[in-house]
Design a protein around this ligand. Sequence first.
Ligand code: NAD
Length: 298
Amino acid sequence: MKIGFIGIGNMGFPMAANLLKAGHDLVVHDLVVEAVQQLTSRFPEKIKALSSVKAVAKSNVDLIITMLPAAHHVKAVYLGKEGLLAHISPNIALIDSSTIDPQTARDIALAAAKQGNPMLDAPVSGGTAGAEAATLTIMVGGDEREFIRFKEIFSALGKNIVYCGGSGNGQVAKVANNMLLGISMIGTAEAMSLGVSLGMDPKVLAGIINTSSGRCWSSDSYNPFPGVLENVPSARGYSGGFGTDLMLKDLGLAAEAAKLAKQPIPLGGLAQQIYQTFSLQGHGNLDFSAIIKLFQKK
Ligand code: NAD
C-alpha cells in the first residue's frame, strides 16, 4: 500500500520504519528535516520525503497516518488552510495515532467524513520500545469496516489491536487507561513509602503486595521503589520510560473529557495536581514513577 506518514518523532519514526519493513511505500513529512533524512537514508528505495503537509495531501496515496504531539498540532495538520482536509482527494483514508482528547478526534473525523475521507482514531500504548518492536497496543475508534480494511496496517505496528467502537472511542480507552495508571502509580508509591518507613524491606513488601489484593501493574511490573525491580526507570534514576509531563498531558485530557461528560473524576483530578506539583519542582522529564520522591525523605 502507498501510505503518507506525518510526524516522524520518537514514536512515528519506528512506526514508519515498521511499515517500510512490512513492504509498504511511504511518503513522509515532519517539520524536523533531520528525522526525515535519517529515515530516508535507511530505506532510500521505498520512501519519498515531502516538504509540507499539503504535498502529502496531494500525493497519490491510499492512506495517511499522523503521529503528532498534541491536539493543537493535529488540528493544524488536518484543519489548517495548508492542512490535509483542504487539499486531499475524496476516499483517501486517514488514521490519527496521536494521543488527543476524544472530542477533537470526533470533530476532525466528522469534518473528514463530510468530504468523503474515512477517518479512524488509533492512539497507542507501549512506548518507544513497543513502537520499535511492533508490539504496541492500538485502540481504534471509527467505522468498523475501515478498521477491518486497515487491520493489516495495524498488525505491522502492534500486537494487541482492539476495536473500541465509534469515532473517538480509541481516545476514550487510552484516556481512561492512562488516568488509572497515573492514579495507581501514586497509590503504589504511597504504600511502598509507608511500608518501608515503618521498617519493611522494599522487596519483601512488594512481594506481598504482588501476591495480595493491592497488586497492580505499577507494583508488579513498574515498581517505583528503587531496587525492587531491574530494567525499570526506578532502577536507573528514573531516566527513560514515560515522562511525568506526558502523564500530566494525559491526565489533562481525562479532565477535559470528564468536564464535557459532566463525569466526576476526583482521584484523576487529584493525581493531575500531584504530578503538576512534581513537574513544577523541575521533574517533568523524569519517568512518572519518580513521583515516589514526593513521599520520601531527601
Ligand atoms: P514527538 O514530539 O517525539 O514527535 C512528534 C513529531 O511531530 C515531531 O517530530 C514534530 O516535529 C512533528 N510535528 C509536529 N507538528 C508538526 C506539523 N505541523 N507538521 C509535521 N510534523 C509535525 O512525540 P512522540 O513521543 O512521538 O509522541 C507522539 C504521540 O504519541 C503523542 O500524542 C504522545 O502522547 C503519544 N504517545 C507517546 C508515547 C511515548 O512513549 N513517547 C507513548 C504512547 C503514546
